[in-house]
Design a protein around this ligand. Structure first.
Ligand code: GDP
Length: 608
C-alpha cells in the first residue's frame, strides 16, 4: 500500500469538518488507503465522514504531515480568493488619497440596569441636526447622530443593541465593528460583575473606552468612587493623570450628553485612524436582521468601506440577493450608503446573523455561489462537531472495537438518597471482567455545563434522575454529542446500563413520515401494472422507500414499496416537494386519482 509521506514538517491545511477524502486530495493519495492507515491506528471512519482535529492529528503524525485546521474566518478568506476577491490585498492597495474620514462607530456596554438603553435614548434625542425635529423613529439596530464638536458638525454611529453579548457575538464571528466603547457605570451602584466583563471584552478587542458615570442625579450617586474603583482595572481618569475620559451623566435628566459625545470624538481623534475608501464596492457587517412579514428578510448592515447602492448584488454570510431598497433609522429611503453608515437592506434570500460580514460582488451569480459555498462549509463544520461521542447503544460495539474499556457514568439526581441508591445498584451489576463500570461524578441538582464538560473529557454518559440539564448544558451536550439519559424509575436506569454492558441494548426505532404525494393521473400499462402520476406535496419521495396508499383518510394499501420512480423518462432516486413524478408500487394496482401515497422511514427513537 503506498501512501505519499511527508517529512514531518510538510503542512497540510484542512478546513474544519474536512474528511479523509479531502485530506487524500491534498496529498494525492487514495482515500481507501488512508482509511486503512487510520484503522490500524485504532480509529474507524469512512472516507467522507468529517473528522475532528485530534483524529487528523494522529493520522497526520503517522504519515509525516502537520495538519493545520483552518478557522471559518480563514477559510472564508480562502473561499473568497477562489472568486478572486482578496480583502486584505484590497486594503493594502489603497493609497492615502483613496481614504476619506469616516464617523466613529460606538458600542454602549455595562452592567444590567446601569442605564445603557436609557443612555442610547438620550443620545438619540440629543440629535440636534436641523430639519430632523422628530428625532429618530425606527429601531434598526444602529443609528447615526450628528454632534457639534469644536464648531464642526460630525456624525457618530451608535450600535443600538446594548450589552456586550452582541459585541462578543460579533467578535466571535471575526467581525470587529466597534471603534470606541462607552462603558456605562451607575454612580449609585459602582462596579458590578458585568462592568468588568464589558471592560475585559473591550480591552481584549483593543477598543478604547470612554466611561459614562450615569445616574448622577441620584442622591446616593458617588462618581468619584467609580473612578477610584476603575483604576484597579487599569482605567485611570484623565484628571488622575491617566488617559481615559470619564464623563458624569444623567441619561434620565439629559445631563452632559453633549459632553459625552465630545469625549467620544476626542478619544477617536487622539488615537484612531478612522478612514475608509468610499469609492469601491461596499464591504461591512450585518448588525441585526429579521424576517419581516411584508418585506421578507431585512438586515441592518454597517458599511465599513466602499459605498452600498440600491441594485448591488450582495452576499451576507449565507444570505444573498440584490439590494432592493435601503432605509435609514428614520424610515427614509436611502439610495446609497457610505462608510460607517448603518442602513436596513431589503432583498436578501434569508436572514443573516449578527456579525456576518457582507460584500458586494460583480454579479448575482457570484453572490449566490459564495453563499452556497459558505453554507456547505458551515454544514460540514457542524457535522464534525456533533459527531456522537458515545451512547449507551453503541457502547457494546465500541467495546468490541477496542475503543473503550470502561463505561463512564455521571449521575445527577433530585435528592441525594436517589443518587446513592442508583450508584449502589449500578455498581452491583454483574459484568464481564473485560469491562469496567466507573462512576466518575455524582451530584444533586440540574445537569450543568460543567457536568457536560466532564463528560466530553472522559467520554462519559450522563444519567439524569428526575433532573434536567439547564439550557447551557443542553446546548453544549447537543453540540458535543454527549448522551444524556433521563429516568424517573431507578430500575429502568439500571436495566438500560446492564443491557448496554452485556450488549443487549438495541436502539429503538419509530416510523416517521418522509414524503407525501398526491395521485393526479393513473397510467395503465400491461407490462408494469398501474403507474401513478403524482405531484409530491411534502417531503421527499425516495425509491425503495416503504409506502402506503391512503384514500379519504383510510389506508387502502400498506407495506408497499416505491418500486419504480421516474421523472419524465428517467429513473431517479428521489423526487422533492412540488415536483411531478411517476410511481410504480410493484404488484399493487389499486390506485385512483386523488389517493395519497405516503412514504415512511425508520428513525432511531430517543429514549425517555
Ligand atoms: P440597561 O439595563 O443598562 O439598559 O438599563 P436601563 O437603561 O434599562 O435603565 C435601568 C433603570 O435605570 C431604568 O429604570 C432607568 O429609568 C433608570 N435610569 C437610567 N438612567 C438613569 C439616570 O440617569 N438617572 C436615574 N435616576 N435613573 C436612570
Amino acid at each position: 500500500m503506498s501512501v505519499p509521506r511527508g517529512d514531518g514538517t510538510t503542512v497540510v491545511r484542512l478546513r474544519r469538518g474536512a474528511s479523509i477524502s479531502d485530506f487524500a486530495d491534498k496529498i494525492d493519495a487514495s482515500p481507501g488507503n488512508l482509511v486503512t492507515v487510520l484503522f490500524h491506528l485504532g480509529e474507524m471512519a469512512t472516507a467522507t465522514e468529517s473528522l475532528d482535529e485530534a483524529t487528523f492529528g494522529i493520522l497526520g503524525e503517522e504519515l509525516g504531515y502537520r495538519i493545520l485546521i483552518v478557522s471559518p474566518e480563514e477559510e472564508d478568506r480562502e473561499l473568497l480568493e477562489g472568486f478572486s476577491i482578496d480583502l486584505d490585498q484590497e486594503l493594502e492597495d489603497e493609497t492615502d488619497e483613496d481614504l476619506q474620514v469616516r464617523p466613529p462607530v460606538v458600542t454602549v456596554m455595562g452592567h444590567v440596569d446601569h442605564g445603557k438603553t436609557r443612555l442610547l435614548d438620550a443620545i438619540r434625542n440629543a440629535n440636534v441636526v436641523a430639519g430632523e425635529a422628530g428625532g429618530i423613529t425606527q429601531h434598526i439596530g444602529a443609528y447615526q447622530v450628528v454632534a457639534e464638536h469644536e464648531g464642526v458638525e460630525r456624525p457618530i454611529t451608535f450600535i443600538d443593541t446594548p450589552g456586550h453579548e452582541a459585541f462578543t457575538a460579533m467578535r466571535a464571528r471575526g467581525a470587529q465593528v466597534t471603534d470606541i466603547a462607552i462603558l456605562v457605570v451607575a454612580a449609585d451602584d459602582g462596579i458590578m460583575p458585568q462592568t468588568i466583563e464589558a471592560l475585559n471584552h473591550a480591552q481584549a478587542a483593543n477598543v478604547p473606552i470612554v466611561v459614562a458615570v450615569n445616574k448622577i442625579d441620584k442622591e446616593s450617586a458617588n462618581p468619584q468612587k467609580v473612578r477610584q474603583q476603575l483604576t484597579e482595572y487599569g482605567l485611570v481618569a484623565e484628571e488622575y493623570g491617566g488617559d481615559v475620559m470619564f464623563v458624569d451623566v444623567s441619561a434620565r435628566n439629559n445631563i452632559n450628553i453633549k459632553e459625552l459625545l465630545d469625549a467620544v470624538l476626542l478619544t477617536a481623534d487622539a488615537g484612531l485612524d478612522m478612514r475608509a475608501n468610499p469609492n469601491k464596492d461596499a464591504r461591512g457587517v450585518a448588525i441585526e436582521a429579521k424576517l419581516d412579514k411584508g418585506r421578507g428578510a431585512v438586515a441592518t448592515v454597517l458599511i465599513q468601506s466602499g459605498t452600498l447602492k440600491v441594485g448591488d448584488p450582495i452576499v451576507a454570510g449565507t444570505a444573498y440577493g440584490r439590494v432592493r431598497a435601503m432605509a435609514d433609522e428614520n424610515g427614509d429611503a436611502v439610495e446609497f450608503a457610505t462608510p460607517s453608515r448603518p442602513v436596513q437592506v431589503q432583498g436578501l434570500s434569508s436572514v443573516p446573523r449578527a456579525g456576518d460580514t457582507f460584500l458586494v460582488t460583480d454579479d448575482d451569480r457570484t453572490a449566490r455561489q459564495i453563499a452556497e459555498k459558505r453554507e456547505a462549509a458551515e454544514r460540514n463544520a457542524m457535522l464534525a462537531k456533533s459527531r456522537k461521542r458515545i451512547s449507551l447503544e453503541d457502547f457494546t460495539r465500541a467495546l468490541e472495537e477496542g475503543k473503550v474499556e470502561s463505561l463512564n457514568l455521571i449521575i445527577k439526581g433530585d435528592v441525594s438518597g436517589a443518587v446513592e441508591a442508583l450508584e449502589e445498584s449500578l455498581l452491583k451489576i454483574e459484568i464481564d471482567e473485560s469491562v469496567q463500570l466507573r462512576i466518575i461524578h455524582r451530584g444533586v441538582g440540574a445537569i450543568t455545563e460543567s457536568d457536560v464538560n466532564l463528560a466530553t473529557i472522559d467520554n462519559a454518559i450522563i444519567i439524569g434522575f428526575n433532573v434536567r440539564p439547564d439550557p447551557k448544558a443542553r446546548e453544549r451536550a447537543a453540540r458535543e454529542g454527549v448522551d444524556i439519559r433521563f429516568y424517573s424509575v431507578i430500575y429502568n436506569a439500571i436495566d438500560d446500563v446492564e443491557a448496554s454492558l452485556t450488549g443487549m441494548l438495541k436502539p429503538e426505532y419509530e416510523e416517521v413520515q418522509s414524503g407525501v404525494a398526491e395521485i393526479r393521473e393513473v397510467f395503465r400499462s400491461s407490462k408494469f401494472g398501474n403507474i401513478a402520476g403524482v405531484i409530491v406535496r411534502s417531503g421527499t419521495i425516495t425509491r425503495n422507500a416503504r409506502a402506503r396508499v391512503i384514500r379519504d383518510g383510510v389506508v387502502v394499501g400498506d407495506n408497499l414499496a416505491i418500486e419504480s420512480l421516474r421523472r419524465f423518462k428517467d429513473d431517479v432516486t428521489e423526487v422533492r416537494t412540488d415536483f411531478e413524478a411517476g410511481i410504480g408500487l410493484g404488484k399493487f394496482n389499486d390506485i385512483q386519482i386523488g389517493d395519497e401515497i405516503e412514504t415512511t422511514e425508520m428513525k432511531e427513537k430517543p429514549r425517555v
